[in-house]
Ligand binder design. Sequence first.
Ligand code: C2E
Ligand code: MG
Ligand code: MG
Ligand code: MG
Length: 294
Amino acid sequence: MYQAKQAGKNRYHLFDPERDRQTQTHLETRRQIAQGLVRSEFVLFYQPKVNMRSGEIAGAEALIRWQHPERGLISPGEFLPLIEDDELIVRIGDWVMDTALRQMSEWRSQGLSLPVSVNIAALHLQQEDFLQRLQAKLETHADVPADNLELEVVETAALEGVSRISRLIEDCRSLGVRFSLDDFGTGYSSLTYLRRLPASVLKIDQSFVRDMLWDSEDMAIVEGVIGLAAAFRRTVIGEGVETAEHGELLLRLGCDLAQGYGIARPMPANDIPAWAATWKPEPSWSACRNLAAT
Ligand code: C2E
Ligand code: MG
Ligand code: MG
Ligand code: MG
């Protein structure tokens, strides 16, 4: 590694061949993503969410995948972080919203009315015309009720500009669109902030749900978020419900909804109607009874 002292005191410019190579790869990936958008290489998978008390299907979360011509199916964690500060994430987000709305409309024509949530990046929410564009999308798909669309924003992003985000949440809510705070618990939201953020749903981060079975501090966080949701009259959903044990505990703690591999993995849109048709909630249901044996 070479160091070159620059003008100004204590300012160093580091030339790092390794980092330079990473930048090249980064640029190449960026180019491939832009090309992938044009070539329709992206797909949305959908993961069901269920009501823990009634067993009813509560909706689904749209999750992007990249069907790469050479590398196969690539998960979002491998490419989204590379473009989260790039206008490409806005284009991807627009595509995701359009595709999800079109899918909801198609399901409705098949008799399946399913609320869908989409993940929205911080940069996308910061666009001046976010609201107008959302409104235009809803008008294009006028058969889909606006309250069937939910926007998921990670708690940490919401905390970056609380006043602006809370206004945006209000404005979206006046269109009928709800917000949820994703990965909740990872962003040190104080009670005051939560009061100012009119999001309808809190999604407990899956790391807390996964570890709550053996880690009493994770358990305390899960209990805390569920209590907070009740006090602030928000819906609370547990992510990462992998086993019956997770489901049983969440239900006992008063969690409203659940999502996780133990209920259903994210699946292609075409598989959703068949899944929904075979998912049978029982009269005195608990999510765990229908969980796949693990
Ligand atoms: P997220 O929004 O928190 O989504 C939940 C992630 O957890 C998904 O990973 C899902 O497949 C996974 N998951 C669900 N249930 C379980 C479980 O029981 N166990 C485990 N271990 N994992 C489970 P995925 O699809 O790889 O997405 C990762 C993240 O990428 C998402 O986290 C979200 O932050 C981001 N993402 C996905 N799709 C989009 C998108 O269309 N736009 C944006 N901006 N971000 C997206
Ligand atoms: Mg999410
Ligand atoms: Mg999450
Ligand atoms: Mg996440």
